[in-house]
Design a protein around this ligand. Structure first.
Ligand code: PMP
Length: 360
């Protein structure tokens, strides 16, 4: 049977050793004779799992002690609303940098929740029309006296294949949606006030979200909101105000163990950079395909590409699939092709795709 390489943007591949372990202990976890799905989240075995997951994530990301880590429901989009409700109150204003689809959607959600004048947006993308090279320029905020409770941005635009590698020099606390690049490369957590991510790319199954929140942010006035999205309630209840998505939490914990075991974030970053380089090189060298993102903003996780002759795309996708290379269709908003190569995608998988692109 042809080996399947799954390039889905999310829900995405989960590391094979983790899936095998989960399979082996599916109906008998921890010697309890039941699945992890069937035990109380308030009993010792699950509490131990939850504690270890947090310890491992803190170690992997080098999270300072003055940050809380929350395991929450609702994926990335729940956090779009949570940051607004937790930090803006009735008066606070926020600035959203728009670099692509997901940062735009985060700003759109914010504008639904508070009066529009509380949300400022600034486009940082340099491509006005679809055929131009895509890149971003970070604004210079020197001397900016506006009062914002936070600046929100998305360092990796999953749909557009745009990644922002430079730090943002911001006079306001920075909130980053790292749904599609968390744990993919070393970052300095202390430069952020809040980092959040939906789990279904580099962490585990969809539905779970992780929020890493600097302690002082909890002093900001919040808006009335469903209690499950209140960071204060998460803090007071150790992320167990209501029944958490326990199986997703368990798989996340196993992914963290796996990542630690293979060498941690610096190790995977090197592999991620090699994988991306190999794939972009194959696309650039090909007569049939092109990538339209400027080299300094090419995503390490989501490699978007297009066919010069668009009429061949359906054929390419069918052929690729018959070679085990699946889920290469671009996002429905933008079309084209996309290979998502998160931490769980092996170099072998990327190489197989690169060779296929070369031959096509
Ligand atoms: N932000 C980014 C950067 C994403 O890629 C996604 C999902 N693809 C989301 C937010 C939304 O995540 P969810 O579907 O879990 O709400």
């Amino acid at each position: 049977m042809t080996k399947t390489y799954n390039f889905c943007a999310g829900p995405a591949m989960i590391p094979e050793p983790v899936m095998k372990k989960a399979q082996a202990e599916l109906i008998n976890w921890n010697g309890l004779g039941t699945s992890v799905m069937e035990v109380s989240h308030r009993d010792k075995p699950f509490l131990a799992l939850a504690k270890q997951a947090e310890i491992d994530l803190r170690e992997l990301m080098n999270i300072p002690d003055n940050y809380h880590v929350f395991f929450m429901h609702g994926g990335g989009r729940a956090q779009f609303a949570a940051v607004v409700n937790n930090f803006l109150g009735e008066q606070g204003r926020a600035l959203y940098l728009i670099s692509g689809q997901w940062s735009q959607l985060a700003a759109d959600e914010a504008k639904k929740l508070v009066p529009e004048e509380q949300i400022d947006t600034v486009s940082i993308s340099n491509h006005q029309n679809k055929d131009e090279t895509k890149s971003v320029t970070l604004p210079d905020f020197t001397g900016d006296v506006r009062q914002f409770r936070y600046l929100h941005y998305c360092p990796n635009e999953t749909v557009d294949g745009i990644e922002i590698f430079d730090d943002i020099d911001s006079p306001w606390p920075i909130i980053a949606d790292m749904s599609s690049n968390i744990l993919s490369r070393d970052i300095d957590v202390s430069k952020f006030a809040v980092i959040y991510a939906g789990a279904q790319k580099n962490i585990g199954p969809s539905g779970l979200s992780i929020a890493i929140v600097r302690e002082d942010m909890l002093q900001l006035p919040s808006l009335p909101q469903p209690t499950i999205f209140s960071y204060q309630a998460q803090l007071e209840n150790n992320s167990m105000y209501n029944t958490p998505p326990t199986f997703a939490w368990y798989l996340a914990a196993e992914v963290f163990k796996w990542l630690k075991q293979i060498g941690g974030v610096s190790y995977i970053e090197k592999i991620n950079r090699d994988k991306a380089e190999l794939l972009y090189a194959a696309i650039d060298a090909s007569d049939n395909f092109y990538n339209d993102v400027a080299s300094q903003n090419r995503s390490l996780m989501n490699v978007t590409f297009h066919m010069k002759d668009k009429s061949k795309q359906a054929h390419f996708l069918t052929e690729a699939e018959s070679h085990g290379l699946v889920a290469l269709k671009g996002h429905r908003f933008v079309g084209g092709l996309r290979a998502s190569i998160y931490n769980a995608m092996s170099m072998e998988g990327v190489n197989t795709l690169a060779q296929f692109i070369k031959r096509y």
